[in-house]
Structure formats: C-alpha cells, structure tokens
Design a protein around this ligand. Structure first.
Ligand code: NAD
Length: 234
C-alpha cells in the first residue's frame, strides 16, 4: 500500500485511489478530475506527478478546483502563497516549516539558502521562509560559486535530486541543514542531496534521508485535507 493511502487509513481519512494505466487519455483524466471536483465526500484531490508525456500537466492541475487542491499546485493557490494569505501550503515546504518550528529554530533575519527552484519545493519554500522574515537566496543549475553561496546559509534547504552533492565543506558552522532529496544509489541505498556524515559535523541540526522531510510531506497532505474539510463546513 502506498504511504499516502496508509496515512489516510491511520488518520481515519476516507480515500479513493484511481490507478490509471499509462495510456489514459488527457480527456479521460480531466473527466475524472471533474467528477471528483463535484463529489461531496471528497475534500482533497491529489494527482500524482509526473504524468505521462502525452498529458499536459498544467491542464490537469488547472482542472482541480482550488479548494480541493491539497497539494497547492493550482495557480490560484500558488498566487495565494505569494501574498501570504493562503489556506494550503505545498506539502513538502509546509512539512519543512513544521520541522523548523518544532525544533525551536527562529527564521527571522536568518540567511536561508535553498538549492533547487522547482514549483513544488524550491519556489514555494522560498516564499514560506520569506513570510517568516528569512533572507532568502534560491540557487539553481546556473548558479555560480554554489559552495560559496551555500556557505552563507544559516538554514540550507537542499532540493536538487543529486546524491550527496552538498558536502560538509559547503556548510557554515552551526547551520541547519534540511535535506529534501531522495536519491537511490546503484546499490539501492536511499540517500539525500546532502552528504549526511560530513554535513552533520558542521550542522547544529540536520534531517536524515530516509526519514526527516519525507514523512512530514505526507503528514502535511493529511493536514491540508482535514483543513479543506473544515473550510467546507464553514
Ligand atoms: P526538480 O528536478 O524539479 O528540480 C531540481 C532543481 O535543482 C532545479 O530547480 C535545478 O535548477 C536545480 N539543480 C539541478 N542541478 C543543480 C546544480 N548542479 N546546482 C544547483 N541546483 C541544481 O526537483 P524537485 O521536484 O524539486 O525535487 C528535488 C529532490 O527532492 C528530488 O530528489 C525529489 O525526489 C525530492 N523530493 C522529495 C520530497 C519529499 O517529500 N521528501 C518531495 C518532493 C521532492
């Protein structure tokens, strides 16, 4: 059973899974989204990405009604995140914010360096940290002198998808290292984007892979779904 479905069972959230075949047409997928938009007993819709190449991902995301968009990928929700007035935050960045808050780490005034600018992690992460008054830098594949920029970070979020590319020599003494990456090595070992051993020697706090960010992402999906149901009751 996949982790999201299991989490629904454990938290008592009713769930439906539609495991469609890879040759499902865009039309059929859009029709399913429309049906779920209109279903009263469904409060959250999650389309597992990436989709097959013949399907326009944006068209599918745009078809989800924003108040059931518990992933917060719909442009309406993305815009709300920009303004800071939002109901749903995307699950991975939201989970990271919870980890930081629960660990008693103050973000205000801190240098926050995010490596990766994806729509699902890097960009929304930058907004959530900014709303908490962090000084945010986003690095990406064209960033020059990456090590130098990362070394400025009091809080470093690695979301690239490259095994162990962030090494201890790139980490400021006492920094907080959040590792989003999920990478499988040739020997099937799961590792993050940070080299845990060398980064842990410098960091005041670091998230492990596996563990750390991954389970928080699922927890936030449950939280967003409950929030969606509660908002509907109003
Ligand atoms: P993505 O592939 O969409 O984006 C990767 C980003 O890394 C890009 O913005 C790119 O510019 C940047 N990048 C690539 N090479 C770089 C380099 N050499 N230096 C600096 N930046 C570079 O990735 P994504 O969807 O944001 O996911 C990133 C990683 O996080 C993946 O390993 C993914 O599996 C993982 N992930 C984990 C969770 C979780 O719940 N733990 C959730 C989402 C993604």
């Amino acid at each position: 059973m996949n982790a999201k479905k299991k989490a629904c069972e454990e938290t008592g959230i009713y769930s439906e899974e539609y495991a469609l075949s890879g040759d499902t047409t865009q039309e059929a997928l859009l029709a399913l989204v429309k049906t779920l938009n209109e279903k009263d007993d469904i409060d959250g819709i999650l389309v597992q990405l990436p989709l097959p190449k013949h399907i326009d991902e944006d068209a599918v995301i745009n078809a989800i009604t924003p108040n059931k968009d518990v992933d917060a990928f719909h442009p309406v929700n993305v815009g709300r995140i920009m303004t800071g007035n939002y109901d749903f935050a995307p699950c991975t960045p939201a989970g990271i914010m919870e980890l930081i808050a629960e660990s008693g780490i103050d973000i205000a005034g801190k240098e926050c360096v995010i490596i990766g600018r994806s729509n699902i992690v890097g960009k929304p992460m930058s907004m959530l940290l900014l709303h908490k008054h962090g000084t945010v830098t986003i690095c990406h594949s064209k960033t020059q002198n990456l090590a130098e920029v990362v070394r400025r970070g009091d809080i470093v979020v690695a979301a690239v998808g490259r095994p162990q590319m962030i090494t201890g020599d790139m980490i400021k003494e006492g920094a907080v290292v959040i590792d989003v990456g999920i990478n499988r090595l040739a020997d099937k070992t799961l590792v993050g984007d940070a080299d845990f051993e060398s980064c842990a020697e410098k960091a005041s706090a670091i998230t492990p892979v596996p563990g750390g960010v991954g389970p928080m992402t699922i927890a936030m999906l449950m939280k967003n779904t409950v929030k969606s149901a509660a908002l509907k009751q109003r």
